[in-house]
Ligand binder design. Structure first.
Ligand code: F6P
Length: 329
């Protein structure tokens, strides 16, 4: 976390990394809080690409009409590898100066925040982040924007899979997103009553899972849902299904939910945290505080230094997996 004294008259806002439901609600909160405080706002399109290529335009309060309920991001997003090059970061700062932008709000995940840290550390551009990612993998915040919607979207799909699994007495392996983290898997597993949950944080072996599925069958369970976090390898569910097939002869069906989890109208929870975080981010900038992510801890807004938010591991989902296992007898 850092303090600065520069007077903020105009700010820029951008969304970056994978899109997440609620990003629009956050952009709306940033823009409208700024306008309410007499600050000008420019929207930067396509994340870091827009900074490098000068894709920026003024935004007004009315431009934010009817977006709070929309998934995706009206500002577009991207995963820029060009921003890793110092010459492109210099170009970005030239563009910010050209447009007289004094500070930034970055809505994104850990990769986006690493870019934000570079802008502050190398060029002293005041910047505050809000956590926009379905993965919920940022340290220091109970929730990230988009996570609750993604969990509910996955749950809705899994409830439907349950119906057909039950009708056919089948075992399904459902793969959910989350990159390296198992938060989505852990929440979804607990909420859908999964028989087993595979996450990168817990070393559940195929042997243990097979043993549990066979025991469950002996107890009269005919259908099972196994939730697998994609881990570092999307499509990992197919490997698990193959291993289970080899060990048991059971025909494990695979369903990879994929990008469906990133779309759709944000839940009330996501709209509310996005609005609170976006508004707070703007106020933090006006108070001269930057180089941090706005988080929510025990329902209170908190400031988490970017370095801590991106480097420490959030492990809370392990308890959910344990509870899920306990209840899956
Ligand atoms: O970070 C969000 C996320 O959806 C991850 O859960 C997933 O691993 C990744 O993005 C997929 O990214 P892309 O859409 O760029 O393939």
């Amino acid at each position: 976390m850092a303090q600065f004294t520069k007077l903020i008259k105009r700010i820029g806002v951008y969304t970056s990394g994978g899109d997440a439901p609620g990003m629009n609600a956050c952009v709306r909160a940033v823009v409208r809080t700024a306008r309410a405080r007499g600050i000008e706002v420019w929207g930067i399109e396509k994340g870091y690409t827009g900074l490098i290529e000068n894709l920026m335009r003024p935004l007004e309060a009315r431009d934010m009409a009817n977006i709070i309920q929309r998934g995706g991001t009206i500002l577009k997003t991207g995963r820029s590898t060009d921003f890793l090059k110092i010459e492109n970061r210099k170009k970005s700062v030239e563009n910010l100066n050209l447009n007289q932008i004094d500070g930034l709000v970055c809505i994104g995940g850990d990769g986006s925040f690493r870019g934000a840290m570079a802008l502050w550390n190398e060029f002293q551009i005041p910047i505050v982040g809000t956590p926009g990612t379905i993965d919920n993998d940022l340290f220091g915040t109970d929730l990230t924007i988009g996570f609750d919607t993604a969990v509910n979207t996955a749950l809705d799909a899994i409830d439907k899979i349950r119906d057909t699994a039950d009708s056919h007495d089948r075992l399904f392996i459902v793969e959910v997103m989350g990159r390296n983290s198992g938060h989505i898997a852990a929440y979804v597993g607990l909420a859908c009553g999964a028989e087993e949950v595979f996450t990168p944080e817990i070393n559940t072996t195929v042997e243990k899972a097979v043993e549990k599925i066979l025991q469950a069958q002996k107890k009269g369970k005919r259908s099972s849902i196994v939730i697998a976090a994609e881990g570092q390898k999307p499509g990992r569910a197919y490997d698990l299904a193959e291993a289970i097939r080899k060990k048991t002869g059971l025909d494990a069906k695979v369903c990879i939910l994929g990008h469906i989890q990133r779309g759709g109208s944000p839940t009330a929870t996501d709209r509310i945290i996005a609005s609170r975080m976006g508004s707070a981010a703007l106020d933090h900038l006006l108070a001269g505080s930057c180089d941090h992510m706005v988080g929510i801890d025990k329902n209170e807004i908190v400031q988490v230094p970017f370095e801590i938010a991106t480097q420490r591991e959030k492990k809370s989902s392990i308890d959910f997996v344990k509870l899920s296992n306990l209840l899956a007898i």
